[in-house]
Write a protein that binds this ligand. Structure first.
Ligand SMILES: [Zn+2]
Length: 309
């Protein structure tokens, strides 16, 4: 990245009138032979248009079908995060090519889950090296997927990745969401890239799969504390292109309030299968998807306090 601060600017939003046009446009490189709508990770069975947003000079975020990654043009090649899925990855490759002729040199896995990690084969074919926290290797071996190339480079706690004049610090903050999540600090900028930790403006998805709840809260506090290191803005794997650090605080406050409310209800002796009908958090009614996810969130916390999961 040649310069790091800049205003948000949507540089390419592929416009089309509707789903039929979208299916035609991507017919050639869709991994889906029927061109059926791609089920997004939010569960919407509808096509969501791809979008590239310029965050700062040389620094972009790509979004498609409900998931998001980032790519950085360094002058010596491109560093990108998750390929997302085979269909999105092919669209992403075309979008990156519209911005730069530089090859993709590194693909950094945020973690092992397939809604972010699949689709990298095309980048592997052009010579990209794949980077992940070392515990993702065991995850990928346990849950093999032909669309998920194994990492070429792993790290344990911290790794500095330099290319051109871009320096990234990859950080493992322990278990939180899965047990191999990488946080990426883009040095010299106010940006932190993370995935599945805060989804700004929304309630957590459903039954909060593969989260260690107390470690999740701990990690969010650690991210909030990065303000002392100049972090003001996060780029998440779902949701808007960027969000202030206050979105991280809001997610942490939601989890703390949810856990306290469920615990209090359990201590009253309310049967566990009735707690989701009893607990409310009106102070978070403004969050998106509360109607869809809140009761599942409650049930997940009941499991946490019942069996330690
Ligand atoms: Zn995940």
């Amino acid at each position: 990245m040649r310069a790091v601060f800049g205003s948000f600017l949507a540089v390419a939003a592929l416009g089309f009138a509707g789903m039929a046009a979208a299916a035609d446009k991507y017919a050639d490189f869709s991994a889906n032979p029927t061109n059926a709508p791609i089920p997004s990770v939010f569960g919407f069975a509808k096509f969501i248009k791809p979008e590239v947003t310029k965050v700062a000079e040389g620094f972009y975020t790509f979004s498609h079908a409900g998931a998001r990654n980032v790519f950085i043009v360094t002058g010596k090649g491109v560093i990108m995060t998750d390929p997302l899925n085979p269909t999105s990855a092919k669209i992403m490759r075309e979008e990156i090519r519209k911005v730069t002729d530089e090859p993709v040199k590194y693909v950094i896995y945020s973690h092992g889950h397939w809604d972010h990690a699949a689709g990298g084969t095309i980048f592997k074919a052009e010579g990209a090296k794949f980077v992940a926290q070392e515990k993702c290797v065991a995850y990928f071996k346990n849950f093999p997927n032909p669309d998920v190339p194994m990492p070429d480079i792993t790290y344990k706690d911290r790794k500095v990745l330099k290319l051109g004049d871009t320096t990234l610090e990859l950080m493992y903050l322990g278990p939180n969401h899965s047990d191999c999540l990488t946080f990426i600090r883009i040095k010299g900028t106010p940006y932190l890239v993370m995935v599945d930790m805060a989804n700004p403006g929304s309630a957590p998805r459903g039954d909060m799969m593969d989260y260690s709840l107390h470690h999740w809260v701990r990690t969010l506090k650690e991210v909030e504390a990065m303000s002392a290191d100049g972090v003001t803005t996060v780029i998440e794997g779902h949701g808007p292109p960027t969000a202030p650090l206050s979105a991280v605080a809001e997610r942490r406050e939601y989890l703390e309030a949810l856990m306290a409310a469920v615990k209090a209800e359990m201590e009253k002796g309310t049967p566990s299968d009735k707690i989701a009908d009893t607990v409310t958090l009106p102070q978070f009614a403004h969050l998106k998807n509360m109607d869809r996810y809140f009761k599942k969130n409650v049930d997940r916390v009941v499991s946490y306090y019942t069996i330690g999961y």
